[in-house]
Design a protein around this ligand. Structure first.
Ligand code: GMT
Length: 381
């Protein structure tokens, strides 16, 4: 691919979900990286993205407020977002809008684009598809026409894995070229070792640490994490750290009590600096039903952690079978447990997989991926 030289600093609007989740992480880290390169970046969301905890002279945040009218049973967030986009593009004189997630962000951006056209402004829209907008919501027929329209009307569309790109073509009538730009990590964030004293808080020196991080939605199959751990802890001295929170947490806490594993499992809740926990982990478990990419697996790999995952969605594009970890069919707890035991009971093999994981993660390092987005922006201007 030819990398165009970005001669001018751009004014870029980034629309994302601010909450814990891969799409928000990618959007925020992308914005921060663009700002560090001198571009002016305007984040637009209903609250400050959780990873946007430090501002620079080049980053700005615009909050979308949703007034509470007694008239509405359902608050029309998309309309407030659309109006905010029109306002920010006009008054901050943005060059481009990059929206993460098809609904409501891409559809709001397309409405804003049409409104801006009536004012003589042409704003190119880049839509990045992250997964659940296509793999879960997209299969709901009530959303389908809107998602299809928003994708087809975007000036450029990217998907975070080849698998998601193919899924999008197979579920929708798409007449646009969807470009694959994989997710990325800033490797400098993940390559720090925590002090031994931090590790000691969670496990003894002769115990291994398994970690799982998610938003505890059903799609993450956290019950498989517990079932695998239950089998593993019978063979290996090990502790489990569960990081994140969400709808399945309570059920998982009950399951943990039923299995009588509470002294070996710690529910840490939502954690901003996941890299601290990853740096003391030996193995990361991600038994998801589907995962368009699995950013958190990549974060683990960048922290020298081997990964046991399912082979669904784009996971095989991140975790390499027999090299950085092992991949199994969804729900195959037996195989995932056997592979975990195999890795955790052989220190040399584990060390090799950890090193491989780290090296493979370099492929997705920020300096390799950022120019692909900049190149795309330049192409549209
Ligand atoms: O996985 C989630 O539940 C969160 C979701 C999101 O919107 O942040 O993650 C999706 O986007 C991430 C970033 O591109 C991907 O790494 C995740 O694999 C993807 N999740 C699913 O496909 C289930």
């Amino acid at each position: 691919m030819i990398i165009l030289k970005v001669s001018n600093n751009l004014k870029i609007g980034i629309v994302c979900y601010p909450t814990y989740g891969g799409s928000g992480v990618v959007a925020t880290e992308l914005g921060i990286a663009l700002a560090n390169k001198g571009h002016e970046v305007h984040f637009i969301s209903y609250s400050q993205p959780f990873r946007l905890d430090s501002f620079s002279e080049n980053t700005f945040f615009h909050e979308v407020r949703v007034p509470d009218y007694p008239l509405f049973d359902y608050t029309p967030y998309e309309l407030n977002l659309t109006s905010k986009l029109v306002d920010v593009v006009m008054h901050e004189k943005l060059d481009i809008l990059h929206v993460h997630y098809a609904i409501p962000h891409a559809s709001a951006a397309i409405s804003a684009k049409l409104i801006l056209e009536t004012k003589g402004i042409n704003i190119p829209i880049v839509t990045t598809l992250h997964g659940t907008d296509i793999t879960l919501l997209g299969k709901d027929n009530s959303f389908k026409p809107v998602i299809e329209y928003a994708i087809n009307k975007s000036d450029a569309v990217t998907a975070v894995s080849d698998d998601l790109r193919k899924e999008t073509y197979s579920h929708f009538n798409i007449d646009k070229d969807i470009k694959m730009i994989p997710n990325f990590i800033d490797s400098t964030l993940y390559n720090k070792k925590q002090k031994d004293s931090f590790r000691k808080k969670f496990a003894a020196a002769d115990e291994k640490i398994i970690t799982h991080i998610s938003n505890f939605r059903k799609v993450k199959r956290v019950e498989d994490v517990l079932s695998v751990f239950n089998k593993v802890q019978k063979k290996v001295k090990v502790k489990l750290l569960l990081i994140g929170d969400g709808p399945e947490r309570e059920r998982m806490e009950c399951m943990c009590r039923k299995l009588d594993l509470c002294d070996k499992i710690k529910f840490m809740g939502k954690v901003k600096a996941v890299e601290s926990f990853l740096s003391i982990s030996d193995l990361f478990l991600l038994p998801s039903q589907t995962e368009s990419f699995g950013l958190v697996a990549l974060e683990a790999m960048a922290s020298h952690v081997a990964v046991i995952s399912t082979n669904s969605g784009g996971l095989a594009e991140v975790n390499v079978e027999g090299v950085t970890g092992y991949l199994s069919d969804v729900g195959d707890v037996k195989q995932m447990s056997e592979n975990t035991i195999k890795l955790l009971s052989d220190d040399d093999l584990l060390a090799q997989f950890k090193e491989n994981a780290f090296h493979h993660s370099k492929k997705f390092d920020l300096p390799n991926i950022l120019p692909l987005y900049e190149n795309l922006y330049c192409f549209l201007l």
